[in-house]
Design a binder for this molecule. Structure first.
Ligand code: NDP
Length: 485
């Protein structure tokens, strides 16, 4: 059985309490490993190591820090198959998706921020011939990084890479449901000789290890990706300590399908945007709004394609969807769907648990589900399900579409399908979401601002935005010459 250890001060260590948690395999529900049930004592050790490593790491030249990040990227890439297999086993996503999306994007995160730090600019202001103001960007210190289970390595490295590039040291707490790729990353960092204590990984439960990190007095910055309700708890803990915060949170992302869209493109991409990774991507479309005149045709073709999606063994190249991440999450998703059914919304396809084979009967599989509904205030249209469930609702005109799209507490992402530039341009402005895609989905440029509006987050990460978040800018005012003020 695989046993994961904490990575603290360059050593792989058991938690101080000696307690471990079971790690379940979504594919068949079996326990296949264990991970540390870390407590405040482990977080204390990790923070002390990161604090001790900070001065030397911060003083390295940018090029030197960048070289470490490039080496980490190369090492992950060389072990791509090992990482992909671990991520698929741990999280449930089809192995081909881990291989083509999650792991390459983690490699890209390290390469991108290794390059970005070399191009970060400070500013200078010539106030008068004898007065010069210039800015310095200083790393914040020990960065506390908390990540979720859906894209475990991708989202963890989205934090670690810019934090280290900018000169911080880090203590990261990955989701307890998906520790495997984070553990492999620790091994890679060890192999490439990253200095001790620069990046520490503490595994365990959010309310124990995560909370200790959030409340730690020597951790001045928290970058958190996860649920909106968890963020409220973290915010309450961090605010009295005046921590720098970034929250990347939940979504209930609308997809607007206008009658003048390229129907084939809209269908093909909306199938992926709704069900890729079992719908367990914060950016997945979960509410579809289709213009009335197109609704019957779109619904018929969409449901026909969804029925053909293969839910199966994540190890099989044939599977489009694997199991959900955990028994608890399966219960939650099923609960939403059964309540929607009981409330009179129409299940057009799916709506039930499935078992791809007798051997996988105890796995956490759920059929891709489409629910027809008109009630924008219903639970299924308001709450984040974070699974393979999408609602489909008609709209009459532009104003109706925008009003419906904006009718939740969330504002993470939206997709707009139209061939009319005017409609696209106005909808992009009128929809309150941090990321708008027009006639596409999930295309990312790592330089652009990423983050949510409304209850979907605070702050922006990506490119310069991340480097800004992981540093503090100070101003130096310099009097030059003899005519002193
Ligand atoms: P959670 O909020 O449950 O957990 C996220 C992380 O926080 C986990 O590591 C968790 O540990 C930890 N945690 C939980 N409670 C606390 C606490 N009190 N103090 C400190 N840390 C804590 O989210 P999920 O893991 O369930 O992830 C799904 C959510 O993440 C969805 O809402 C999704 O939309 C959102 N998400 C947002 C993204 C974005 O970029 N906006 C991207 C991806 C996901 P543990 O696992 O032990 O509970």
């Amino acid at each position: 059985m695989d046993r994961i250890l904490n990575y603290i001060d360059g050593s792989f260590v058991a938690p101080a309490s000696g307690q471990f948690l079971d790690n379940y395999r979504p594919r068949d529900g079996a326990v296949y490993g264990q991970l540390p049930d870390s407590t405040a004592a482990d977080v204390d050790r990790a923070v002390a190591a990161a604090k001790a490593a900070f001065p030397a790491w911060h003083k390295l030249k940018r090029q030197e820090r960048a070289q470490y990040l490039y080496k980490i990227a190369d090492a992950i890439e060389q072990k791509l198959d090992i990482f992909a297999a671990a991520e698929s086993r741990d999280q449930g996503k089809p192995i081909h998706l881990a291989r083509s999306m999650d792991i390459p994007r983690a490699v890209e995160n390290f390469r991108f921020f290794a390059g970005a730090i070399l191009h970060q600019q400070e500013r200078a202001f010539q106030t008068s011939p004898e007065v010069l103001n210039y800015t310095r960007r200083e790393p914040v210190g020990v960065a506390g990084l908390i990540s979720p289970w859906n894209l475990p390595l991708y989202l963890l490295t989205w934090k670690i890479a810019p934090a280290l590039a900018a000169g911080n040291t880090a203590v990261a707490k990955p989701s307890e449901l998906t520790p495997a790729t984070a553990f492999l990353l620790a091994q890679v960092m060890d192999e490439v000789g990253l200095p001790k204590g620069v990046c520490n990984l503490v595994f365990g439960l959010g309310e124990k290890a995560g909370d200790a990190l959030v409340a730690h007095p020597y951790v001045p910055l928290i970058s958190f990706t996860g649920g909106t309700d968890t963020a409220a708890i973290i915010g309450r803990r961090a605010a009295p300590l005046y921590k720098k915060i970034s929250f990347e949170l939940g979504g209930k992302n609308p997809g607007l399908i206008f009658a003048d869209c390229d129907l084939e493109a809209a269908l093909t991409t909306t199938v992926r945007s709704s069900f890729l990774n079992q719908g367990e991507i914060c950016l997945c479309t979960s509410r579809l709004f289709v213009q009335e005149s197109l609704l019957p045709k779109f619904t018929e073709l969409f449901v026909e394609r969804i029925r053909q999606l293969k839910v199966g063994d994540p190890e099989s190249a044939e599977s489009f969807m694997g199991p959900l991440v955990s028994a608890e999450h399966l219960e939650k998703v099923d609960g939403f769907v059964q309540r929607a059914k009981a409330q009179g919304h129409t299940i057009l396809c799916g709506g039930e648990r499935v078992a791809p084979s007798a051997a996988l009967q105890k796995g956490f599989y759920f059929a891709p589900t489409v629910i027809s509904t008109q009630d924008a205030s219903s639970e299924i249209m308001q709450q984040e399900v974070f699974g393979p469930v999408v609602t489909i609702t008609p709209f009459t005109d532009y104003a109706d579409a925008v009003e419906k799209a904006n009718s939740t507490r969330y504002g993470l992402a939206a997709t707009i399908w139209t061939q009319n530039l005017d409609t696209a341009h106005h909808a992009a402005a009128d929809i309150k979401a941090g990321q708008i895609w027009v006639n596409t989905w999930m295309l990312r440029d790592l330089r652009v601002p990423f983050g949510g509006m409304k209850d979907s987050g605070i702050g922006r990460e990506g490119g310069d935005y991340s480097l800004e978040f992981y540093t503090e800018e100070k101003n130096v005012c310099l009097q030059i010459g003899r005519n002193r003020l």
